[in-house]
Design a protein around this ligand. Structure first.
Ligand code: PLP
Length: 393
């Protein structure tokens, strides 16, 4: 007898991964160049040369030191380097004790959710949202409360959040720059959110944590991305190098429990406990050390910016409706019928792989990942045109 819920999760891959797997099989059948795979967020920009150099240099170190365990929260020197970076960059008093290195943002989020909730609590997510949030919230035996983003700008909807935050709310997960819509929350919007949280904490006599999921912090097209701990002290940042340094397979990131919150030590201790309980200890050690050396390495967003321009221009000219993205590398496109899955299926017939919006918690849209080659976007335009014509006729 296995655990039924775990069986269900294992048996039913996410919509994104399912489409990605379909794309791989289809490419093997008809050739890579004939499939327009906009399904997954795998960076198309190579990791920086500095990361490669760091690996090569590190490989010269004594293997037992290099590959050995670090403390559960990560190597002290790496935690210090991350804390120094946060302090330098955002002007907050970050201390290494508040940094916990993780296997990507995924581990960071699962840990953070478990650290600040107890079974039966509610965790708010902003729809559309990264589908795995729900899996991690369910695993912590909490209820996932979906609050729609404000339309049409996809900022936080303060009134809707006001209505949703109640006596069981422990945390709100936010993600800016956002997957899947590409929105970046403005300073003004975050300020209004913080004012709401302050009022709610007083009204409900309860602490409300913001879990700020930040894998796309560096992937922006000119928009300012305010540092959430500066706006709301009770913030836990889940950062990742998956997208910023194109290292998704290396599984490296960190949790930063803001020093500015009044219960900072209690929360970072609970983070250590949740890391232990979930088995997320000692993040991949080679890449802890790579990060230490590459902490100030800039992200290369030039090709994403070019892809964004190409795609929005092309789809705009064809009459598609979409949200102009300020960050991340996804375009949120209105499906040409209400049923997003049916639309995605019809797109598939044109070899266009577009993720239906349902698993992001809303209907009627598709997510188009543009972290792919420029040529694929260029060659996909006749397929997008044919799809539009099919609906118009
Ligand atoms: N959060 C969001 C919004 C994401 O898009 C992703 C990955 O695509 C993750 C978290 C997980 O990132 P990581 O690879 O760092 O675990």
């Amino acid at each position: 007898m296995v655990n039924e819920r775990m069986y269900g999760l294992g048996a039913e891959p996410s919509a994104i991964r399912e489409l990605f797997a379909y794309g791989m099989a289809r490419k093997a059948e008809i050739g890579d160049e004939n499939v327009f795979d906009f399904s997954i967020g795998n960076p198309s920009v190579p990791a920086p040369e500095a990361a490669k150099q760091a690996v090569l240099e590190l490989m010269e170190e004594p293997p037992c030191d290099l590959h050995g365990y670090t403390p559960a929260a990560g190597a002290p020197s790496v935690r210090q380097t991350v804390a120094d970076h946060i302090r330098r960059r955002f002007g907050v008093p970050a201390s290494p004790d508040q940094v916990y290195l993780t296997a990507g943002a995924a581990a960071g989020l699962a840990i953070s959710i478990s650290a600040v909730t107890k079974p039966g609590d509610e965790v708010i997510v902003i729809a559309p949202y990264f589908p795995e949030y729900k899996v991690w919230i369910d695993t912590a035996a909490c209820a996932c409360v979906e609050v729609p983003a404000h339309v049409p700008d996809f900022q936080l909807d303060i009134d809707a959040l006001d209505a949703a935050i109640g006596p069981k709310t422990s945390a709100v997960i936010i993600n800016s720059p956002n997957n899947p819509v590409g929105a970046v929350y403005t300073r003004e919007n975050l300020g209004a959110f913080a004012a709401l949280l302050e009022r709610k904490e007083a009204e409900l006599s309860r602490k409300i944590y913001v879990i700020s999921d930040e894998p796309y912090r560096e992937i922006t097209y000119g928009a300012e991305v305010p540092y959430v701990p500066c706006v709301w002290p009770r913030t836990i940042v889940c950062y990742s190098y998956s997208k910023s340094l194109s290292l998704p397979g290396e599984r490296i990131g960190y949790i930063y429990v803001s020093d500015l919150m009044d219960d900072a030590r209690e929360v970072s201790t609970a983070v250590a406990g949740a890391g232990r309980a979930l088995g997320f200890i000692c993040a991949p050690v080679l890449f802890q050390r790579v990060i230490e050396r590459c902490i100030d390495e800039p992200s290369d967003v030039a090709s994403y910016a070019a892809n964004r321009a190409l795609l929005t221009k092309g789809l705009g000219a064809l009459g598609y409706e979409f949200v102009e993205p300020d960050g991340a590398f996804y375009l949120w496109v209105r499906a040409l019928e209400d049923d997003a899955q049916a639309f995605s299926d019809r797109a598939k017939a044109h070899e266009l792989l577009l993720v239906p919006s349902d698993s992001f918690g809303v209907g009627g849209w598709v997510r188009v990942s543009y972290c792919i080659s420029r040529e694929t976007i260029e060659r996909s335009m006749p397929a997008f045109k044919a799809l539009m014509e099919e609906y118009r006729s």
